[in-house]
Design a protein around this ligand. Structure first.
Ligand SMILES: Cc1cc2nc3c(=O)[nH]c(=O)nc-3n(C[C@H](O)[C@H](O)[C@H](O)COP(=O)(O)OP(=O)(O)OC[C@H]3O[C@@H](n4cnc5c(N)ncnc54)[C@H](O)[C@@H]3O)c2cc1C
Length: 388
């Protein structure tokens, strides 16, 4: 029998309640007027991003030394859940999550003082957009099989290779780059770098069209004889695997926190719609097939929230979260797809038409099955931790 859990109290403190309501208020200022056209045209909400930065939203994710508010992990996920509830643009929500879970943690843990001072204020102020460059055409789930090479020379590292499916790639100012510095050392030959995206030899593709999450631009970043300074190295040479594992744990555990908020919003609107819509002379909420779907959505929301809070709480207690991290990613991603499908069914034709903003969640949710490790990879991890 796996042991059950330690002390966990999920009653929100007055401070967390305040952060939650402030976040709801900030996110409600995001423009609704061209949300569907932004999705159709794959346009990033650059004004919204600036507004969030100016409102100090990213400060909560930074320590006090860097002008931050030093929130603990549980408070961060509570804030992100509130953000996801109020922000109907899931691409923007993923952009926020990518910054705070894939860029901030490795920079804070492994960055030099100089790197932190240089990049953290720029990132938090919305003036610098960072992309996380791991995946390549031939190395997705098997990320350590990457081929991008950073060859050390006296004048810096010469980088050659190409990263694929990178969020923010077309508009990135900064790239967290993973590359091989010692091709003979396997996973231990990988290093990480913080690279100025305007360095000669870097070629950012245009946006690549995708099924969902269209408001977060995505593309490739090619490095062709690109010379970067030694000071771009994050941590030390060969640290890439540790850095990758540490970063992936944050990402896997918490990148879908905003989705829990989106699921809560989705449930509220499905309940309201079911009560309002009548067929055969009565409210469709009286049909058991509809109420069962609502019940399933509620159970999924509660399961996701508990897993998310539990994982955050364990992290704050300094416990290992390897298992919880994979279970959280798997459950949150699969649940949002299932609930989004239920939402489409409940809404009938309105669920299928883009203008009602129901179908978009289903397209956006599907991406969550793939990024930060596919569901199959999460199951592999969980099974391994079960001893098989
Ligand atoms: C919306 C989105 C945003 C992304 N953002 C970024 C980003 O910012 N930076 C970045 O570096 N990457 C990013 N990615 C890429 C993402 O990390 C990869 O797509 C992911 O790791 C899977 O790799 P792949 O697409 O090459 O699929 P593959 O690894 O080729 O997998 C194909 C299929 O095989 C299965 N499979 C593979 N290996 C195993 C195994 N061992 N056991 C069981 N099944 C297996 C997979 O589950 C999948 O079903 C993003 C992807 C998406 C969709």
């Amino acid at each position: 029998m796996p042991p059950f859990d330690k002390n966990m109290h999920f009653t929100l403190t007055p401070e967390q309640e305040q952060i939650k309501s402030e976040t709801l208020a900030i996110a409600s200022k995001l423009s609704a007027k061209d949300r569907t056209s932004r999705d159709r045209e794959s346009r990033f909400d650059a004004d919204g991003w600036k507004m969030l930065a100016q409102a100090g939203f990213f400060d909560g994710f930074l320590p006090e030394d860097f002008g931050g508010k030093n929130w603990d992990t549980l408070t961060k996920v509570i804030a992100l859940e509130a953000f996801g509830y109020s922000c109907r643009d899931n691409g923007l929500a993923l952009a926020v999550s990518s910054l705070v879970w894939t860029i901030f943690p490795p920079l804070l843990t492994f960055g030099s003082d100089e790197q932190k001072k240089r990049y953290l204020p720029q990132l938090a102020s919305g003036n610098c957009i960072a992309a996380d460059g791991i995946t390549e055409e031939q190395s997705g789930s098997d990320a350590m099989a990457m081929q991008t090479l950073a060859t050390r020379r006296n004048d810096g590292y010469l980088v050659n290779g190409e990263k694929c499916y990178i969020g923010f790639a077309p508009i990135a100012d900064l790239i967290l780059l993973f590359a091989k510095t010692d091709p003979n050392a396997g996973s231990w030959g990988i290093s990480a770098f913080l690279v100025d995206a305007n360095t000669p030899g870097i070629h950012k593709s245009d946006n690549r069209e995708k099924m969902g999450l269209r408001t977060l631009p995505m593309g490739n970043i090619a490095f062709r004889d690109c010379l970067i300074p030694h000071s771009a190295l994050l941590g030390s040479e060969g640290l890439g695997l540790s850095l990758f594992n540490e970063s992936m744990e944050w990402e896997r555990s918490f990148i879908l926190a905003t989705q829990v908020g989106a699921m809560a919003r989705q449930l509220d609107s499905c309940i309201a719609f079911a009560k309002k819509r009548s067929q055969f002379g009565k409210s469709i909420s009286e049909f058991q097939s509809i109420s069962n779907r609502i019940a399933d959505m509620r159970v999924r929301l509660e399961t996701c929230r508990l897993l998310l809070y539990k994982t955050a709480s364990l992290k704050d207690q300094g416990e290992s979260i390897t298992l919880e991290s994979a279970m959280t990613k798997l459950t949150l991603s699969e649940s949002f797809v299932a609930s989004s499908m239920d939402a489409v069914r409940i809404h009938g034709a309105q669920g299928y038409l883009s203008e009602f903003e129901v179908e978009r969640n289903l397209r956006d949710a599907t991406g969550g099955l793939i990024y930060a490790g596919t569901s199959d990879i999460q199951r592999n991890l969980i099974a391994r931790l079960c001893g098989i």
